[in-house]
Design a protein around this ligand. Sequence first.
Ligand SMILES: C[S@@+](CC[C@H](N)C(=O)[O-])C[C@H]1O[C@@H](n2cnc3c(N)ncnc32)[C@H](O)[C@@H]1O
Length: 136
Amino acid sequence: MIAISPRRRRTGRVTPGDVGKALYLELMKRCLTNWIHAEAGEDGFDPEVRVDGRDWPPPRGAHTMIGLKRLDNLHECIEDVLRRKVPGDLIETGVWRGGATIFMRAVLKAYGVRHRRVWVVDSFAGLPPPQQPVSS
Ligand SMILES: C[S@@+](CC[C@H](N)C(=O)[O-])C[C@H]1O[C@@H](n2cnc3c(N)ncnc32)[C@H](O)[C@@H]1O
């Protein structure tokens, strides 16, 4: 579904700019999850699984593994921050191939936000071994 902010829809003040922004961000979500290329069954792609971010996309398969629903949630969270003017930068800790971070930049770009930075943090070595013994 194309995400136009609920308040804009309620007040009926949806401008062509809102529609363009929503279409751009929806296209970014489809590209970053590789929805635009994946055919059902190919490379293990299953739309019902990818929408929830429950698969592990193969190399060249997607830039993020979080799926469409969590990208929608990330989108709503950033719009909420912008609407309520919460100060500060954005950060993703544990980026894998960087798709969710790319999406964060895209939202800021769509809203013309230039003063917030997006930080990327990762070990780029997968999960570290546990340092504490597992207690029973
Ligand atoms: C599940 S993936 C993240 C998926 C990503 N958010 C996305 O949009 O596809 C977890 C990532 O966290 C990183 N990671 C795990 N433990 C870490 C740690 N202790 N410090 C830094 N990075 C870590 C891994 O290297 C991996 O890239």
